[in-house]
Design a protein around this ligand. Structure first.
Ligand SMILES: C[S@@+](CC[C@H](N)C(=O)[O-])C[C@H]1O[C@@H](n2cnc3c(N)ncnc32)[C@H](O)[C@@H]1O
Length: 308
């Protein structure tokens, strides 16, 4: 059985995995890359894919969203308690009619938000199991499966009317926990990987999937977390990419292609000017930002610091 992301996440790479795999470094495909890094983890589609396909000894995963990091760490550490809580939640929920389901949803959302100020996101406690179960429950029952927070960090997605949502896939969660056992999971800004004490080994591979640069001024989905991710962050990432290139690390980055909406927009060509010969465009269809006007051709941009 192949392990899939257990969280629906905006910008999830599930649909694009096969296409993106074509740009992996040869060293990954021939089994000589043993260390994998993913600093914008999100739903982790690429992590799960890479771990099942290649002989990776250790992975290093980061995300700036503390709720997401809490969830991954809890899945790994308290797999069975989490599954039991979720199975109970699923049984109770599926018995209810729509009005009561909605009330249950809103209650869980309220509990998640009101417990937030008192949460210690750095230190594991029993409270993490409850919180992780609430996050997964809400993710599977909310509108569109988004994880969106307001400025105060409150989860604010409305109720979604699914007839029979699967709230827990126990086997998948167990499989995910096994793969996560090989990973260090860290809450924080991607910039950590640019520091000299980041745990790279020769021939490490980093995959970056930063928040998308909005495809047009009207479609800005940037609320994965309270932190903004604007052009300044994209530039900071490009500077780190160049610094790590000098250390001999394989790197691959994907993002939305600004040329989808403005063919003259050279944003990434300018930021990654030393890598112009390894900037690729991959046809993609996107669920976020795919306003009718853009449906014609949506490309994803892929940038590598090696010839694939
Ligand atoms: C496009 S999503 C990644 C999607 C992921 N590849 C997937 O398949 O689900 C970008 C992620 O970057 C995280 N993020 C935003 N700003 C960040 C930062 N400064 N450092 C690290 N992660 C950040 C967000 O929380 C979000 O999970």
């Amino acid at each position: 059985m192949s392990v899939r992301p257990f969280l629906k996440w905006a910008g999830g790479k599930g649909q694009l995995l096969d296409k993106l795999s074509g740009y992996f470094p040869k060293a990954l495909r021939d089994g000589s890359v043993r260390n994998y890094f993913e600093p914008f983890l999100g739903g982790g589609a690429m992590f799960f894919h890479v771990m099942q396909k290649f002989p990776i000894d250790s992975a290093y995963l980061m995300d700036a969203n503390e709720e997401l990091v809490l969830l991954y760490k809890t899945v790994r550490r308290a797999t069975e308690p989490l599954i039991s809580v979720l199975e109970q939640m699923e049984r109770d929920y599926l018995k209810l009619g729509e009005a009561k389901r909605k009330a249950r949803y809103l209650r869980v959302r309220e509990e998640l938000n009101s417990a937030r100020p008192g949460m210690d996101f750095r230190k594991y406690s029993q409270a993490w199991v409850e919180r992780a179960s609430q996050i997964l429950f809400l993710n599977k029952t909310c509108y569109n499966g988004l994880f969106r927070v307001n400025r105060a960090g409150g989860f604010n997605v409305p109720f979604g009317k699914y007839v029979r949502p699967t709230i827990v896939d126990a086997e998948n969660l167990r499989g995910a926990a096994k793969l996560l056992a090989k990973a260090t999971i860290r809450w924080g800004d991607f910039g950590y990987l640019g520091r000299t004490d980041a745990p790279f080994k020769t021939g490490s591979f980093i995959y970056y999937d930063p928040p998308y640069r909005p495809i047009s001024s009207t479609s800005s989905f940037t609320s994965y977390s309270k932190l903004p991710f604007g052009d300044a962050e994209q530039a900071r990432l490009a500077a780190m990419f160049t610094a790590l290139h000098r250390q001999g690390i394989y790197q691959m980055l994907s993002n939305s292609d600004p040329k989808n909406s403005d063919p003259k927009d050279d944003f990434f060509e300018n930021l990654y000017s030393s890598y112009r010969s390894t900037i690729y465009r991959v046809p993609a269809s996107r669920s976020i930002n795919s306003k009718a006007a853009h449906r014609g051709r949506i490309n994803e941009i892929v940038i590598t610091n090696y010839k694939a």
